[in-house]
Design a protein around this ligand. Structure first.
Ligand code: HEC
Length: 140
């Protein structure tokens, strides 16, 4: 085979590869589409009410209450438990007297952080080649 043909073939592969890398990079979402206006309001409330003093997000925060990063998907995307906590509080978690709009906003924020990050250590399986593959149990 002549050299120019090989060069041309490799050059075409290079172009195809460059395009695929470029476009897969721009389609990476990581939850940002869930960062709606409502979720932004929820983030503001989360900061104002200082929820982080007792709860962690992405592993950081206070340790009196549970980690909240994946609390929505952990409960099979059933938000009613989170709502009940926010509505009434418990003996350990204060009742912040939130109205329905504020609760909706906080729930949106919790849904956003659930999509944006994975806090519990990921589950892996070992492949026959001795490398690891993440076991994806839930669409993030
Ligand atoms: C004084 C500490 C404290 C603060 C402040 C606090 N929480 Fe909590 N939260 C807790 C504790 C403790 C629990 C577990 C409650 C229990 O077991 O009674 C909890 C539970 C929860 C749960 C339920 C978790 C589950 O397992 O499903 C959610 C959701 C939640 N809190 C959200 C919030 C949000 C949002 C804020 C801010 C508006 C907040 N918390 C502020 C202490 C706190």
């Amino acid at each position: 085979m002549n050299k120019q043909l090989i060069f041309f073939f490799l050059f075409v592969l290079f172009i195809i590869y460059s395009f695929s890398v470029y476009f897969s990079g721009t389609t990476y979402d990581k939850g940002i589409s869930h960062f709606t206006t409502e979720a932004k309001l929820g983030k503001k409330l989360f900061q104002e009410k200082n929820c982080i003093s007792c709860h962690q997000i992405y592993g950081l925060g206070g340790y009196m209450g549970p980690e909240l990063t994946n609390i929505i998907s952990y409960r099979d995307n059933d938000e009613s438990i989170a709502r009940a906590f926010l509505k009434g509080g418990t003996a350990k978690m204060p009742n912040f007297q939130l109205n329905d709009e504020e609760i909706d906003a906080l729930i949106s924020y919790l849904k956003y952080i659930d999509k944006a990050g994975n806090y519990p250590p990921k589950a892996y399986e070992i492949t026959p080649y001795g490398t690891v593959n993440e076991i994806v149990t839930d669409e993030k």
